[in-house]
Design a binder for this molecule. Structure first.
Ligand SMILES: Cc1cc2nc3c(=O)[nH]c(=O)nc-3n(C[C@H](O)[C@H](O)[C@H](O)COP(=O)(O)O)c2cc1C
Length: 171
């Protein structure tokens, strides 16, 4: 499958088979795809928490209604002390870095046939408290991973992209 096909095939899965776990080696590949993602000045401020124990999944369920039965949830964080501050001191890289890392992992998962959903429907402060993170570590997103329950389809909006002319300007 070429890359564009894969990018089109990926969708946000909102119903998983709770008992079908993600194989350890596949999970390792997904995490490695995050490891090699670009970050500003190669600062690599990210950290990934693999939440898959009963206790960890219970914490996820207390934070968000969006686990959808996934057997693994990744929490993607960054350390504000390790992120890059862009010249001019107006912006920092942490959220961008974590998002690129997460995107790499999401597409690696898709390439391996593992379904996923990016989640921001939670309170990041409560998530940080649940993970007992230090003050400087921020939670950017949670990512469900698993295998779609039978009959699960992409949401109807999955294929509703704006026209390319609206999204792109050649200058
Ligand atoms: C930044 C971001 C935050 C999202 N947060 C949630 C969420 O909290 N809960 C959820 O069910 N889906 C969430 N999604 C999934 C989107 O709803 C989904 O990507 C979008 O509707 C497009 O559908 P598709 O991914 O199937 O193409 C999020 C996606 C992104 C990129």
């Amino acid at each position: 499958m070429d890359f564009l096909e894969l990018a089109k095939k990926r969708y946000s899965c909102k119903r998983y088979q709770p008992d079908k776990r993600v194989d350890k080696d596949m999970l390792a590949k997904i995490l490695e795809a995050g490891q090699v993602a670009p970050t500003a000045k190669n600062s690599q401020p990210q950290h990934i928490y693999v939440m898959q124990s009963e206790k960890a999944l219970k914490l996820v369920d207390e934070l968000t209604p969006c686990r959808y039965g996934a057997p693994v949830v990744l929490a993607v964080t960054y350390d504000s002390k390790q992120q890059f501050t862009y010249p001019g001191n107006k912006y920092t890289s942490g959220e961008e870095d974590a998002s690129i890392v997460a995107t790499h992992m999401m597409l690696m998962a898709a390439a391996l046939g593992v379904d996923s959903c990016w989640l921001n429907f939670f309170d990041p402060d409560k998530a940080a408290a649940a993970l007992q993170l230090p003050e400087n570590e921020k939670v950017v997103l949670l990512m469900d991973l698993g295998y779609a329950a039978e009959g699960t389809r992409p949401t109807p909006t999955h294929e509703k992209t704006k026209p390319i002319e609206e999204l792109v300007t050649y200058c």
